[in-house]
Design a protein around this ligand. Sequence first.
Ligand SMILES: *[C@@H]1O[C@H](CO)[C@@H](O)[C@H](O)[C@H]1NC(C)=O
Ligand SMILES: *[C@@H]1O[C@H](CO)[C@@H](O)[C@H](O)[C@H]1NC(C)=O
Length: 379
Amino acid sequence: MKLIFGLMLLKTAACLEFNCRFNQSDPCYAALGHKLNLLMVDTSRYDLKILKIINYNSDDPDCRVKNDRIKENECDLFNNRPEVSFINGILIINRVIRADSGTYRLEVFGSDGRKTTKYLQVIVEAPIGSVEVSIIYSSCGLMRVFCSSDGDPRLFSWTLNGDPLMDGNIIDLDEGTDGNISCSVKNHVSHRQKTVRLRDLQRVPQGHKCSEFHCSFNQPKPCYATLGDKLKLLLVLDPSRYDLKILKRMNNTQDDPVCRVKTDKMKKRECDLFNNRPEVSFTNGILIINSVIRADSGNYRLEVFGSDGTITPGDLQVIVEESSVSVVFVLVWCFQMMFLLGLLGGFHIYMRHTSGKKQEDQQVRMSRFREGHEHTAED
Ligand SMILES: *[C@@H]1O[C@H](CO)[C@@H](O)[C@H](O)[C@H]1NC(C)=O
Ligand SMILES: *[C@@H]1O[C@H](CO)[C@@H](O)[C@H](O)[C@H]1NC(C)=O
């Protein structure tokens, strides 16, 4: 246990070390908090002045090196930082800080009085910290996998079971996808990666209406889509390599409608399955039905023809559902209207009732008053 802990410490504390030289044409990348070696020139033969270009004037901080030594009283560039040293023509910054970024000018003075000037741009980046993979969204037959990390400008890339996927920190996968997904994050100074089993990730569902459904022919579950919405059916990943035949099982006879796809194109004349519906198209191995109709329900079979004559079949059940959201919405709306109208009616009746009663009361009181008056008059 102690050993593991020690190893972990060692790993997190591992020092990143970067070497740059003043004649390089590329920028010099350094890792924040880590070590940077800046190779100058043969300092036994030359005197040096390193200057950081800030305002292009005499106030810019500089540092003089003579006889392979930093002249402490002529060096306002590193503010006497103890982690900065100069050994054998190499300026060593043991703990790079953000302020070390910038453009430096090196002036080299030869014994003959000649001066040569070299430049170097230093860019400080924070190394990649821990990498986290999560599923932040899962519905509509899709799951959205999210990769996050700290560190400066980062590039994200994914692999699924070793195969590369699209770049970017967010990737959408079919809900049924399983396997080991791995997110790699890199910047100029570091690289980290995290691999997780998709099945083990906590999924956060999002209560929203789907307008696009994604299914694939290798998914074990039926494929659900809502009437009128868009359905994307993944047939194969590499469509240019295969010919395809999609068949809808109706009577299990030769008459069942089919659709053939060759070199990533739907053969219109060999496709009675979709009756030339303009909203059905095929691109990059994906069959897209822009507006699902009820008749799209059913059991489909896909046959993938390899160039070597092999046929790989796949089956998928498509279930087209009513848009339950809108039915519920209409029902709720109806109930709300009924309730409001009811309230209005009730209020109306109440008003009439109370105003009628008031009039009655007034009449009674008036007649009583008159009676009383008459009584007193009689007295
Ligand atoms: C920079 O200088 C070093 C040593 O003088 C030399 O080995 C290297 O090739 C030079 N690099 C470039 C890019 O000129
Ligand atoms: C995923 O990783 C686990 C553990 O390393 C391994 O047992 C499993 O076979 C991997 N699954 C795939 C599909 O590569």
